[in-house]
Write a new protein. Structure first.
Length: 141
């Protein structure tokens, strides 16, 4: 049994080829948007409909197997790296996204200085900047 089959079973989702294809696509290409997931899955399974991929992404996100991130002003992106509350750095110029780990091996950002009585389970931190590729380009005007 593959790792992804085990993960699907662990959340009581049936193991289907489209679900495995979406998980595999996101492992190979983290932080891609919905249209890219569809293109990647259809390269493997040409008969899978757009709607089927939307449904798979919804089921995988709801069960926590896939994390959905949506930087302000950007399309929703998906990844299979879940459960560690890692953060993201986003290029303002080209939209490239990379993972940023919490600095000290746990998630200190979950300990808010004032939680107003809320039970906090996630901190969404997005660092914005310029990726190395864009920083190296001469500015186009
Ligand atoms: Zn860039
Ligand atoms: Zn990530």
């Amino acid at each position: 049994m593959s790792d992804f089959e085990a993960r699907l079973r662990a959340v009581s989702l049936r193991v289907t080829r489209p679900r495995l294809a979406v998980l595999a696509a996101l492992r190979e290409h983290p932080h891609v948007d919905t249209e890219t997931v569809i293109a990647l899955v259809r390269a493997e399974l040409p008969t899978v409909s757009h709607q089927a991929v939307y449904d798979v992404l919804k089921a995988l996100t709801e069960t926590g197997l896939v994390r959905r991130i949506q930087p302000a002003g950007a399309l929703a992106r998906y990844e299979t790296r879940v459960g560690d509350n890692h953060h993201h750095v986003v290029c303002r110029s080209c939209g490239a996204i990379a993972d940023v780990d919490c600095a000290v091996g746990h998630a200190p950002c979950l300990t808010a200085s004032g939680d107003h009585g809320f039970v906090i389970d996630e901190a969404e931190v997005v660092y914005w900047g310029t990726c190395p590729g864009c920083a190296a380009e001469p500015i186009q005007r």
